[in-house]
Design a protein around this ligand. Structure first.
Ligand code: CU
Length: 70
């Protein structure tokens, strides 16, 4: 059991990613989000487990991409 609110798997659509360097950049940005666990990052989308999708979207946006939860 965790003290988190309900965690769920969230897919975030990301515009502006075009290569593996972008994948690495988004992965690093998401790794810094304490409330999100990275499940997968691919060109164009990321999947995270989180109760706070907005924090993950915000981190990706700050890394320079357009992100929104699907
Ligand atoms: Cu790139």
């Amino acid at each position: 059991m965790t003290s988190y609110k309900q965690m769920s798997s969230v897919t975030i659509q990301i515009d502006g990613m075009h290569c593996n360097a972008c994948v690495a950049r988004v992965t690093r940005a998401l790794a810094k989000v304490d409330s999100a666990k990275v499940l997968n990052v691919a060109i164009g989308q990321a999947t995270v487990e989180t109760a706070n999708a907005a924090a993950a979207v915000d981190a990706i946006t700050k890394a320079g991409y357009q992100a929104h939860a699907k």
